[in-house]
Design a protein around this ligand. Structure first.
Ligand code: ADP
Length: 396
């Protein structure tokens, strides 16, 4: 079956057409600046990348451009739309309603809409993408794959916040966690690579990208993760602060004369390694600045690593052990020095990195020494493939 995977943002739409039998990506690309003007990128597996300025006033237009490109006489990869067996959508927030991927029905759409309050920037965009596909491909089964679903297995002791319980029962205030598709894929793949029984293995996944989170996977289930009700919690990220004393927010608000909206904007968009370094949210720029002797950039990177270490350590304790630590996403896959610095702090558990094995970027590999008690791996994440797999299973 050929599956169209769609990841809709408020002004962007990423897509891949995946053949579920071979798991090959037939074509992929990106619509950007939707509602502003419109940029379109299309890359067929065996052809050249096409980049074009195409007006995209809304997501429906973007989906129709994608479908036109996929069926184009010269550059297309399918003869007609009938070849698309199902569409899989990434949906950011499924609240407590969804602990797994699901076939989209009217009731499911209502339930996703009910989660809009929890992810006001993301869920409405996901819904627009689903509606656009319904209009342009009537009758084609569609599946929602939630960022939060994998973490629904967390026990209450891990997901409850230390606030009045009624906020949980009345408003659903609790930890949900994100990047679930990635944590699920990487932890499964880690068990496969190591020949571990997934149902028994204890794995810590470090998804370190622009957004970053850590997950403890015990016996194939997420039992702890670092993001919270929103993706602002936990690690220091590209532009997000991660964990911060809530009291500091009041203090800053008073000093700067800022309201809550202003504070949230700072914590989401002007913090993280960007705000700390004053240089960039991109670790490649941070590394360049460090090479030039920028002490503030060095402090930002050190703090980022320190935060990762303290979370990984806590999660190993929560699981009462660990078999493997896996690194993924932009920084996790491409920064040997970060992997080394994190792993070094677990020497006391018998973690040993092999420097030459660790000297890779974007490749799947065990990077610990053969006699390392705890295995350390790089596992490039593949959320689209995971979405395609779930979609095929549900659409069949
Ligand atoms: P997201 O999907 O959250 O936008 P990614 O997982 O693509 O983020 O990660 C993007 C980040 O990965 C970039 O901001 C950059 O800091 C980091 N990155 C990419 N390549 C490298 C590299 N070669 N060395 C260090 N960091 C890198």
């Amino acid at each position: 079956m050929k599956i169209l995977v769609i990841n809709c943002g408020s002004s962007s739409l990423k897509y891949q057409l995946i053949d579920s039998e071979t798991e090959a990506v037939l074509a992929k690309g990106l619509c950007e600046r939707i509602g502003i003007d419109g940029k379109f990128t299309y890359k067929p597996a065996n052809g050249d990348k096409v980049v074009a300025d195409i007006d995209q006033p809304d997501h429906k237009k973007s989906v129709s451009i994608v479908l036109d490109a996929l069926t184009d006489k010269d550059n297309g990869v399918i003869a007609d739309l009938g070849e698309i067996g199902a569409v899989g959508h990434r949906v950011v927030h499924g609240g407590e309603k969804f602990a797994a991927s699901t076939l989209i029905t009217e009731d499911v759409m209502k339930a996703i809409e009910e989660c809009n309050d929890l992810a006001p920037l993301h869920n409405p965009a996901n819904i627009i993408g689903i509606n656009a596909c319904t209009e342009l491909m009537p009758g084609v089964p569609q599946v929602a794959v939630f960022d939060t679903a994998f973490h629904q297995s967390m026990p209450a002791e891990a997901f409850l916040y230390g606030v009045p319980y009624e906020y949980y029962t009345k408003y659903g205030v609790r930890k949900y966690g994100f990047h679930g598709t990635s944590h699920s894929y990487v932890s499964k793949r880690t068990a496969e690579i190591l020949g571990l029984d997934y149902d028994k293995a204890k794995i810590v996944v470090c998804h370190l990208g622009n957004g970053a989170s850590i997950c403890a996977v015990d016996g194939g289930k997420s039992v702890e993760t670092s993001m919270g009700l929103t993706p602002l919690m936990g690690l220091i990220m590209g532009t997000r602060s991660g964990e911060i004393d809530p009291g500091a927010m009041e203090y800053i608000a008073n000093k700067e004369g800022m309201d809550l909206k202003g504070i949230m904007n700072v914590l989401n968009k002007q913090s993280g390694v960007l705000g700390m370094s004053g240089v960039s949210s991109d670790f490649r720029d941070i590394d360049d600045a460090i090479k030039d002797g920028n002490a503030q950039a060095k402090a930002a990177k050190d703090a980022f690593i320190h935060r990762v270490v303290t979370y990984v350590g806590g999660y190993i304790a929560a699981m009462n052990g660990v078999d493997a630590i896996a690194f993924t996403a932009g920084v996790g896959e491409n920064a040997p020095d970060v992997r080394e610095a994190v792993s070094r702090q677990f020497g006391y558990l018998g973690v040993q990195i092999d420097d030459s094995l660790n000297n890779i970027r974007g490749e799947e590999r065990i990077i610990s020494t053969p006699d390392s008690k705890v295995k350390v791996l790089v596992v490039p994440t593949n959320e689209e493939l995971m979405i395609a797999r779930d979609t095929e299973a549900l659409a069949k």
